[in-house]
Design a protein around this ligand. Structure first.
Ligand SMILES: Cc1cc2nc3c(=O)[nH]c(=O)nc-3n(C[C@H](O)[C@H](O)[C@H](O)COP(=O)(O)OP(=O)(O)OC[C@H]3O[C@@H](n4cnc5c(N)ncnc54)[C@H](O)[C@@H]3O)c2cc1C
Length: 437
């Protein structure tokens, strides 16, 4: 009898977590596990803003798949399409070749990509903050703007190069603004030709509050902290048009700017749309047992799936967070094993444990298990949380080492320049855009 084939698509919180659990749960020889992953690492996205700001080295938030997984065949490529009836996944290998994987059980966890809207100029000039290339690129780009602003004699060019805009007042946008603004503010000491009064950071959101997921009080604390540092936080406002040197806002103002970072929302990875299956807000509709209706051999989870939030009830679906993806992975692995052993699947139920938001330096806001924390206490909790959840003890050691070194020695502001040939736009640095099967 042939061994059942389990194919997992995506190696983020959900996919890597499922593979690791399956390795522990299944007996050797009980099934063959394959993991389709475009990179050789699982990425700890919540610390991307710290990579962009230079507090952390990129490798410290990348868990090495070949070291962390022992019985899983890693297929280096991107899933281009899924045929639910034929039970196959078409994969674009990193070599450029195409291969087809057959499965008996499919676990879909391709996560999400930056969602942009039809705003003129956004696709060409907007930067994302969703993957390692974008974080590394942004750091270089921001440092380059200061170098170029210091070199030019043109006051208009200097103003545009010192103008930075972030769109999105969720945790990703707030952390990105806080960390990068601190980077530029501290960097000004090395650029005596630049007038600090010209440095301009603007954070926009169409919503009336920052960080709605943390409640009104902590959102206000985050806003006051940013404003105290000189960030212009504008709520109820977005971008109307983006050019190479300026951005026009929906409140009618035009700001000089050469850097716009778009963090206002995510949508599922494009491979999801190749399945002929119902979606909700683009996410695959699954039951609380994570199975796809009509295809019980297919499980979907994480940002790519609309998993019912049983703890909330009322038809709510789980928000796209690492917290849910990690916990759903345990249920996914248990249900794949249960199916192989002829047992009943479990249902996913998890009560949200709160959120931590790093505001750079010694500042943060956090609400672990419903307790509101601010300032250095919140920062200590935030860092302890990240240290406990970064995958692998080597990554934990790197993160701790990087934090200590950065606190003691500061930032060297080294611009690497190896992504200079890319435009750096979100569409250019998104590696998950698969060519159709
Ligand atoms: C800046 C930032 C800060 C965040 N902070 C927090 C936080 O503090 N707390 C929190 O809970 N959440 C946070 N999140 C959200 C969290 O990171 C996501 O919800 C989580 O990563 C979702 O896990 P996932 O496994 O579904 O997707 P991902 O972690 O995105 O993993 C999906 C993987 O699949 C790969 N992939 C995509 N398409 C394909 C394909 N076609 N074939 C093969 N592989 C594919 C991707 O490259 C990726 O490696 C943050 C996100 C960002 C960007």
């Amino acid at each position: 009898m042939s061994v059942p084939r389990i194919v997992i698509v995506g190696a983020g919180f959900a996919g890597y977590g499922t593979a690791r659990r399956l390795e522990r749960t299944l007996r050797p020889g009980e099934a063959a596990i394959s993991l389709v992953a475009p990179f050789g690492y699982t990425l700890y996205q919540p610390l991307l803003p710290e990579v962009a700001s230079g507090t952390l080295d990129p490798r410290s938030i990348a868990g090495p798949l070949h070291r962390l997984l022992h019985r899983t065949r890693i297929v280096p490529g991107t899933a281009a399409g899924v045929d639910l009836r034929e039970r196959t996944v078409a994969v674009n290998m990193i070599s450029g070749e195409r291969t087809t994987l057959r499965y008996d059980r499919l676990v879909l966890c391709p996560g999400s990509v930056t969602r942009t809207f039809d705003i003129p100029g956004l696709k060409e000039h907007g930067h994302g903050m969703k993957n390692l290339a974008e974080a590394v690129y942004l750091r270089d780009h921001v440092i380059a703007q200061l170098e170029l602003a210091a070199a030019t004699h043109d006051p208009e060019e200097r103003a545009a190069r010192m103008g930075f805009i972030v769109v999105g007042g969720g945790y990703s946008g707030v952390e990105t603004t806080a960390n990068l603004q601190l980077l530029t503010y501290k960097a000004l000491k090395r650029f005596p030709r630049l007038d600090p009064a010209m440095l301009s950071w603007t954070l926009l959101d169409v919503a009336p509050k920052l960080l709605p997921e943390l409640g009104e009080r902590l959102g206000d604390v985050a806003m006051r902290t940013l404003r105290r540092r000189g960030v212009d936080v504008r709520l109820g406002v977005s971008i109307e048009r983006l050019g190479p040197h300026s951005a026009r806002l929906t409140d009618g103002r035009t700001l000089p700017c050469r850097t716009l970072i778009w963090t206002a929302g995510v949508k599922p990875s494009p491979v999801v749309s190749t399945l002929d299956a119902p979606t909700q807000k683009g996410r695959l509709v699954v039951g609380a047992d994570l199975r796809l209706a009509g295809f019980p051999e297919v499980i979907a989870l994480g940002d790519a799936a609309a998993v019912p939030d049983l703890a909330k009830g009322g038809g709510a679906i789980c928000p796209p967070t690492a917290q849910h993806a990690t916990r759903q992975a345990k249920v996914a692995a248990a249900n794949v094993a249960a199916a192989l052993r002829g047992r009943q699947p479990r249902l996913y139920r998890h009560r949200d444990l709160g959120m931590v938001v790093d505001l750079g330096g010694a500042q943060a806001v956090a609400r672990p298990v419903g307790v509101s924390l601010t300032g250095p206490v919140a920062q200590a909790v935030t860092r302890a949380y990240h240290l406990s959840t970064v995958p692998g003890y080597r990554a934990k050691a790197r993160v701790l080492g990087n934090w200590s070194l950065h606190a003691a020695a500061g930032d060297d502001l080294i611009r690497l320049g190896f992504l200079d040939t890319r435009t750096g736009a979100a569409v250019d640095l998104d590696h998950t855009v698969a060519t159709p099967a």
